[in-house]
Design a protein around this ligand. Structure first.
Ligand code: ZN
Length: 119
């Protein structure tokens, strides 16, 4: 199947006053990302320094952290490697076809079919 294309993110950053715990938030492009800004707490009226947040939204790659949380990916990788593929190659094949809910035999079959398509 085709990959969905990324359009934009929709993020709300919730912050709170360290003194009175009053919560405030910034939405999307109002979130400070480069320099600090300030906010006057509505609870205690103290000024607060809001440090910039780092927001980096992009499609994630499969990593060893992913495979430890998804044993099916690790198993499929080992199975594909045992068929003579390199580990990097196997991971790239899995990455292009895996989605949650796919069974191990289906995953292996789909991953290997991406290699057959290239030939
Ligand atoms: Zn406060």
């Amino acid at each position: 199947m085709k990959n969905a294309e990324f359009l934009e993110y929709d993020i709300k950053a919730h912050l709170k006053c360290p003194d009175c715990n009053t919560v405030f938030y910034y939405v999307n492009y109002d979130i400070p990302t480069h320099v600090s800004t300030y906010h006057v707490c509505k609870g205690c009226e103290k000024p607060l320094l809001v440090r910039p947040l780092s927001i980096d939204v992009k499609f994630a790659r499969l990593t060893s952290k992913t495979t430890s949380n998804y044993p099916i990916i690790d198993k499929a990788c080992k199975a594909i490697v045992s068929k003579g593929f390199g580990k990097k190659e196997a991971m790239a094949m899995i990455e292009s076809v895996y989605y949650e809910g796919l069974s191990l035999p289906e995953l292996i079959k789909k991953a290997i079919s991406t290699y057959d398509r290239k030939e």
